[in-house]
Design a binder for this molecule. Sequence first.
Ligand code: PMV
Length: 325
Amino acid sequence: MKATAIAPSNIAFIKYWGKKDEKLRLPENGSISMNLSNLKTVTTVEFSRILKEDAVIIDGKSEKKEMERVVKHLDRIRKIANLSDKVKVISQNNFPSETGLSSSASGFAALSLAASKAAGLNLSKKELSILARQGSGSACRSIPDGFVEWLNGDTNESSYAYSLHPASYWHILDVVVIISQDKKDTSSTEGQKLIMSSPFFKVRLSNIKRKISLCKKYLKEKKFSELGELIEAEALELHAIMLTSSPSLIYWLPGTVQVMRLVKKLRSEGLSVYFTVNTGQDIHIIVEGRSRENLLEKLKRIKNVKKVIVNEPSEGVRLINRHLF
Ligand code: PMV
């Protein structure tokens, strides 16, 4: 059977950084995110007895490292479905991959739904989230709708994401500012292995539960500036850990810092905007829907800004009928 799924990427308000179990991808702490309407992956999967070997094509290419990670994920699904057929996978991102825009989140979410369906399984959202997590941690948050919490469970079954609020709950935007389309030199998977070498990681963990409950409270009460302050401080804390890891991880480019400074300047002039950054040079600006045009106008004046992608909150992964082959 053939199945196709579409999944959004997501932006973490409270970040996941570090695993307590490498193999199962159990995180050191819980996290909170919003699904993004304009950063998407579409994936078609077909299992077939006729195929002699697995074929995986992502954005028109078959790269060994990505292929191995995808096949490992497909093996998990074959095991659950008790299937030995080979598989064909074609996947397309509508944005550059591996630059820090979380293509692995949308990618493994779409793959989990399309492949499990194509294997004849009917997994619940919770089961899909558990499955997607094992492919890429942040992918478990791209399964449920809208604003999402990933629970910090100690076992495979208790570490999954669920929806806190649907996409229509609050019209806040994530404006992604592309600084460069160059691939980052250290992947999130590799970078996270360095957490314990930063003297600040333990300090972060001692405070994280409080941050998660504050984030949920501000979301519930729709307190935009309190939420924004928290998101921005959280991103800077994450990068303090990266900068003080050994070897250090420096993901920012001059354009990243320029946009951070612009955001602070705009705030001092009365525009309520906040930034967050993941592993990469690109930067996300969180803004209320009504301030969108004002912000976009200001960004046009910055030379280092290559492209801007405006995202609304989005529903999570779903099946579609338009197959890629
Ligand atoms: O799921 P990964 O391995 O791509 O890690 C994601 C890490 C961050 O994007 C930095 C934080 C997050 O929670 O998305």
